[in-house]
Design a protein around this ligand. Structure first.
Ligand SMILES: *Cc1c(COP(=O)(O)O)cnc(C)c1O
Length: 369
């Protein structure tokens, strides 16, 4: 029991990442830890080129392709290095198809796109086509560079809580604008049209699996254009040509991701997740909006369904709020150090019961009846 005094039997983990995973997945991984399917080996001990691991890898690849309806002309790469490494690897792999120095356009909507801009400036000219930390700037205001190598956006800003409405409006840019999206913190949380993008990347530790695994979805005509300085192990074409086994891939991370993909399929796939995520976010924002006890800073139309930063009007009570939350089994609600306040990350694996428990606490702490 987490807290005997309060009779807390359930803990809910609101961490932004590494983050909550489905209990069923963790239980299955535990059951298979010492002996995977009668092989006599842990997945961690298997050769990445052996038939056992190849079957795990192929199933994960196939299930992810099915879940996101990824077209045949896209490769799925299982890489290492996290989301941040892609800030360098995407330019290294993509700017080579333009005369040098190339220009990359960015939509700057928060900390993560900000880091992408800084890193890309090592490899290309960068142009901030639009910027706002509290909303997605309307597309009519984007100042795109003619002939740019690509347009980068972080479709869900994990720290700032700004999310692009990727279903409805975005990205409806001209067909000749190549889109790159950092979807680290909302991939698989909602439906997306993969065919609108040149490259989608995501670190696994937010909504997929353990840290260390990085998923890259890349249109195949973009392969083979890496700058000569691109490290071989991170050249998208070499990785793709070798089924993500040019070097040893993060095998255990791929295995857990595969279990998460199976869990998603069993639970209705991405469309069903999206419905649940909309309901969860609605519930939480309603409690935050009920009066001015709590405050949010993101415009209503750009609010993230996954990462919800909020502030107490009286910030002197922050520690009291967090201690009370912890005593009730509501963990890791402290906001990112760069923005302060609180943040609730409610990824796919956070059940609505967890959001309800947080809402109950928000109401209690605010003295609402
Ligand atoms: C967490 C995160 C990253 C960084 O991931 P690392 O694995 O730490 O490199 C990049 N982009 C977004 C949107 C993130 O949420």
């Amino acid at each position: 029991m987490f807290n005997k005094e309060r009779n807390v039997t359930h803990i809910y983990n609101f961490s932004a990442g590494p983050a909550v995973l489905p209990k069923e997945v963790l239980a299955q991984a535990a059951a298979e830890m010492l002996d995977w399917h009668g092989s006599g080996m842990s997945v961690m001990e298997m050769s990445h080129r052996g038939p056992e691991f190849i079957s795990i890898y192929k199933a994960a690849e196939r299930d992810l392709r099915e879940l996101l309806a990824i077209p045949d002309n896209y490769k799925i790469l299982f890489m290492q290095g996290g989301g941040l490494s892609q800030n360098a690897l995407v330019p290294l792999n993509l700017v080579g198809h333009k005369p040098q120095p190339a220009t990359i356009d960015f939509i700057h909507t928060g900390s993560w796109s900000g880091k992408s801009i800084k890193e890309a400036a090592k490899y290309a000219n960068v142009n901030i086509a639009a910027s706002s930390m509290t909303s997605v700037p309307p597309q009519s205001t984007w100042q795109l560079t003619p002939g740019a190598a690509y347009l980068h956006m972080c479709t869900n800003e994990t720290i700032d809580g700004v999310e692009f409405d990727v279903d409805a409006g975005v990205p409806a840019v001209q067909p000749d604008v190549l889109l790159v999206a950092d979807m680290s913190s909302h991939i698989l949380s909602r439906r997306i049209d993969v065919s609108k993008y040149g490259v989608i990347f995501a670190g696994a530790q937010k909504n997929i699996g353990p840290a260390g695994l990085t998923i890259v979805i890349v249109r195949d005509d973009l392969l083979g254009k890496a700058l000569p300085t691109c490290p071989s192990a991170f050249d998208f074409k070499l990785v793709a040509d070798n089924d993500s086994m040019y070097n040893t891939p993060p095998t255990y991370g791929i295995y857990i991701a595969g279990l998460v993909f199976q869990w998603l399929k069993k639970n209705g796939g991405v469309a069903a997740m999206e419905e649940r995520n909309i309901a969860k976010a609605k519930l939480l924002y309603a409690a935050l909006d009920a009066d001015d006890f709590y405050q949010t800073r993101v415009d209503a139309g750009s609010r993230s369904r996954m990462n919800i930063p909020f502030y107490l009007k009286d910030e002197s009570r922050n520690d009291e709020f967090l201690a009370g939350a912890k005593a009730r089994g509501l963990l890791q609600l402290k906001g990112h150090k760069s923005v302060g306040g609180m943040r609730a990350s409610i990824y796919n694996a956070m059940p609505i019961e967890g959001v309800q428990a947080l809402v109950d606490y928000l109401n209690e702490f605010a003295g609402r009846r």
